[in-house]
Design a binder for this molecule. Structure first.
Ligand SMILES: NC(=O)C1=CN([C@@H]2O[C@H](COP(=O)(O)OP(=O)(O)OC[C@H]3O[C@@H](n4cnc5c(N)ncnc54)[C@H](OP(=O)(O)O)[C@@H]3O)[C@@H](O)[C@H]2O)C=CC1
Ligand SMILES: O=C(O)C1=N[C@H](C(=O)O)C[C@H](O)C1
Length: 242
C-alpha cells in the first residue's frame, strides 16, 4: 500500500483526497495544513500531494526534495516564479504540476489542441469557466491549461496572445487572441467551455465537473503513478496514457 501525504488536507479538495486515497486501498500517510510539520509528513510518505495555496508551494517542494519523494501539485493560481520552483525541484524528484487532474479535462485539452491546429486564426478562441463562490483565483488553472493547449495547437505563445479581464472601451478583438472569462457563484465544482467562433458558425467544447471526486480520483492515480519515477517533470496525459 502506498503512503500518500496530503498538503491542504483540511480543505475541500483535501477532504475529497482523503476519501479517494482510502477508496483506492492506499494509506493516508497524514495531512498537513498551515504551520504543520511538512518534513515529518514527507519522511513518512511515498508521495506528496499538494492542493492548498500558492503560498505553500515552496515549502512543499522543499520537503519533497529533502525527503526524496515525488510530488503532485494540484494548487492553482501559480505565477511564473512558482513554475521555476517546480522546474528546480524536478531536478531532484519527480514533479507533476497540473491545473486539473480529471480524465475528462485531460482529454478535453487534447481535443482543444487538435481543433485549434485545424481551424487556424479565422476562428476566434474564448475560454469560459464557472466556479463556486469560494474560489480565490482567476482564470482557473484549468482555463489556463486549456488556453495553453489552444496556443500550442496554433503554434503561438499564450502569454503574448491572451486577452483577460476585458472591461470598458476595449477596442475590437485582436486577431489571434485567446480570450478568458471567469464566472463565480454557488457551489459549481468547475465548468469549462472552449468556444471556437468562426464566420457564421461556432464550436463549443465543454467539460462539466459534477463534484470534486473526479479530481481526487485522478490525483490518486497520478500519485500512485509517480512513485518510483526518476526526477523530472511529468504530465496528466502521461499518467492516463492519452
Ligand atoms: N488540479 C486540480 O484538479 C484541482 C485543483 N484545485 C486547486 O486546489 C487548491 C485548493 O482548493 P480547495 O481545496 O477548494 O481550497 P480550500 O481553501 O478548501 O483548501 C485549501 C487548504 O489548504 C490549506 N492551506 C492554505 N495555505 C496553506 C499553507 N501555506 N500551507 C499549508 N496549507 C495551507 C488551507 O488551510 P486554511 O483553511 O487554514 O487556510 C486549506 O485546508 C486551489 O488552488 C484549487 O484551485 C481544486 C480542485 C481540483
Ligand atoms: O478551485 C477549484 O475548485 C478548482 N480549481 C481548479 C482550477 O482552478 O481549474 C480545478 C477545478 O476546476 C476546480
Amino acid at each position: 500500500m502506498a503512503r500518500i501525504g496530503i498538503i491542504g488536507s483540511a480543505g475541500r479538495m483535501g477532504q475529497a483526497l482523503v476519501d479517494a486515497v482510502l477508496a483506492a486501498g492506499e494509506t493516508h500517510a497524514g495531512g498537513a495544513d498551515k504551520g504543520d510539520d511538512l518534513a515529518a509528513l514527507a519522511a513518512g510518505s511515498d508521495v506528496l500531494v499538494d492542493f492548498s495555496s500558492p503560498h505553500a508551494l515552496e515549502a512543499s517542494l522543499d520537503a519533497a526534495v529533502a525527503a526524496g519523494v515525488p510530488i503532485l501539485i494540484g494548487t492553482t493560481g501559480l505565477e511564473e516564479r512558482h513554475h521555476f520552483l517546480c522546474d528546480h525541484a524536478a531536478e531532484h524528484v519527480a514533479v507533476l504540476q497540473t491545473g486539473n487532474t480529471s480524465l475528462g479535462v485531460t482529454l478535453l485539452a487534447h481535443l482543444v489542441r487538435e481543433a485549434a491546429q485545424r481551424l487556424g486564426e479565422d476562428w476566434d478562441i474564448e475560454v469560459i469557466e464557472t466556479h463556486h463562490r469560494m474560489k480565490v483565483d482567476a482564470p482557473s488553472g484549468t482555463a489556463l491549461l486549456l488556453g495553453q493547449a489552444a496556443a500550442e495547437g496554433r503554434g503561438v505563445d499564450l502569454a503574448g496572445h491572451s486577452e483577460r479581464g476585458r472591461d470598458g472601451i476595449t477596442g475590437a478583438r485582436a486577431r489571434g487572441a485567446i480570450g478568458f472569462a471567469s464566472l463565480r457563484g454557488g457551489t459549481v465544482a468547475g465548468d469549462h467551455t472552449v468556444q471556437f467562433l468562426g464566420n457564421d458558425e461556432r464550436i463549443a467544447l465543454s467539460h462539466l465537473a459534477e463534484n470534486r471526486r473526479i479530481f481526487a480520483r485522478g490525483a490518486v492515480r497520478a500519485a500512485q503513478w509517480l512513485i518510483g519515477k526518476p526526477a523530472g517533470r511529468y504530465t496528466m496525459p502521461e499518467v492516463l496514457g492519452l
